[in-house]
Write a protein that binds this ligand. Structure first.
Ligand code: AMP
Length: 395
């Protein structure tokens, strides 16, 4: 695996695919700089070597050129975070860009305009990728969030740098973290899968059963498993067409010696609302008219004991409707358990889908070993897929 540490960037222009798809407010100000900060160490290493950095990214989902998605809006914020005044050119390919790149001095940073102003970016157009490739001597991919897409700047462009392509620090860290959980893990390994639906996690479960010792299932998924086993789930979220599949998963887990832990109690509500009437009942005795929206306290205690004995922990998905305070306690309790286990030496990785939102909201981001920067990319990795953006650097 080639990283930026395998190259000396002195007098070289690094063409870096970053993920600066950051949230902007109505005044076009960056409201969360996490993704910019995440790219910082890669950029700094290149500048410190005596090279220059050409940054390319997408922002939002523009249809053609749309001013509101211009990366010019973020120039000042990027400059502030990196500590170097960033130059900007209002295109990402063509003569004007090539000239700006040619004029770039060592130690300087140039940000290109939104890649998705060209439909060729998403379609993975080869000619467009070739034009992009003219903007640097060495291609660095540091965008995990788009590594599952075979777009021009994330995958196809690598073809034009057969010997001069590598991973940036962020992408390398993502790959190492996933590897530490799925392949080179210290046992016992625990996966916590929460979130809304079995259907969106089924491939993940099937792929990781060979690699884990314990599986905690929580969130809305719980009730499909409980109903499949004959429990009463009232009006809880359920996928009736997945009942057989749920039983199959439990059988497979048993055959592979994976211990499955489902919630034993649930916080139930008489409506899907923060102000609903609530009570805590056994998870398989939910009356009609009530729905399970969080794991209960006894479940939290059981899960705590499981988490405490594991050396490697993967957490994907909340244990309840964490967006509503009333139903956030199960997720918070689990976060505390993982925090404790991490302090005791476990390696904990959070990622995939919306998990990161929950972890950030409750302040666990600094307490786990690693928080993945890619929702979809992480889920696809957990499903066992090879991501095109990663493969393009490896081949
Ligand atoms: P996912 O994107 O699959 O990780 O799902 C995250 C969503 O699952 C969050 O928006 C939660 O509110 C939701 N969720 C968690 N537990 C439940 C539940 N018991 N019933 C309905 N939705 C839930």
């Amino acid at each position: 695996m080639k990283t930026i540490h395998d190259f000396n960037f002195e007098n070289k222009k690094a063409l870096i695919r970053v993920d600066f798809n950051v949230p902007l407010n109505e005044n076009f100000e960056v409201t969360d700089t996490t993704r910019i900060e995440a790219a910082k160490s890669t950029i700094i290493k290149i500048l410190e070597d005596g090279g220059s950095a050409v940054l390319m990214s997408h922002l939002g989902r523009p249809k053609g050129v749309e001013e509101k998605y211009s990366l010019e809006h973020i120039v000042e914020k990027v400059s502030e975070v990196i500590g170097v005044q960033v130059k900007f050119v209002n295109d990402c390919v063509g003569e004007k860009v090539e000239e700006a790149v040619a004029n770039l001095e060592n130690g300087e940073i140039l940000l290109l305009e939104n890649l998705r102003f060209y439909s060729e970016e998403k379609s993975g157009d080869k000619a467009f990728a070739e034009q992009l490739s003219k903007n640097g001597d060495i291609y660095v991919n540091d965008a995990f969030g788009t590594a599952h897409r075979a777009h021009a700047s994330t995958t196809i462009v690598a073809e034009f740098f057969p010997e001069h392509k590598c991973f940036g620090n962020l992408l390398a860290k993502e790959i190492e973290s996933i590897d530490r959980v799925l392949n080179n893990s210290q046992k016992p390994v625990l996966a916590v899968l929460g979130g809304a639906k079995v259907s969106s996690k089924i491939t993940v479960i099937e792929n990781i059963l060979d690699k884990i010792d314990h599986l905690i299932i929580g969130g809305g998924m719980t009730f499909t498993f409980i109903k499949a086993q004959g429990g009463q789930i009232g009006n809880s979220l359920v996928e009736d067409d997945k009942l057989d599949l749920a039983l199959e998963i439990l059988d497979k887990a048993k055959a592979k010696n994976v211990q499955v832990h489902l919630p034993v109690d649930a916080v139930i509500a008489d409506s899907f609302s923060n102000d609903a009437n609530t009570k805590t009942v056994r998870v398989n005795e939910i009356p009609d008219g009530w729905m399970g929206l969080d794991a209960g306290e006894i479940s939290a205690e059981v899960f705590d004991k499981v988490v405490a004995q594991c050396k490697t922990i993967l957490w994907n998905g909340p244990l309840g409707v964490f967006e509503m305070e009333t139903f956030s306690k199960g997720t918070i309790a689990l976060g505390n358990s993982i925090d404790q286990a991490t302090q005791n030496g476990a390696f904990s990785l959070v990622g995939g889908g919306d998990s990161v939102a929950a972890v950030k909201q409750f302040g666990f981001a600094d307490k786990v070993s690693y928080v993945s920067t890619g929702g979809g990319a992480m889920l696809e990795t957990l499903e066992g897929k090879t991501l095109p953006g990663i493969n393009a650097i490896l081949i």
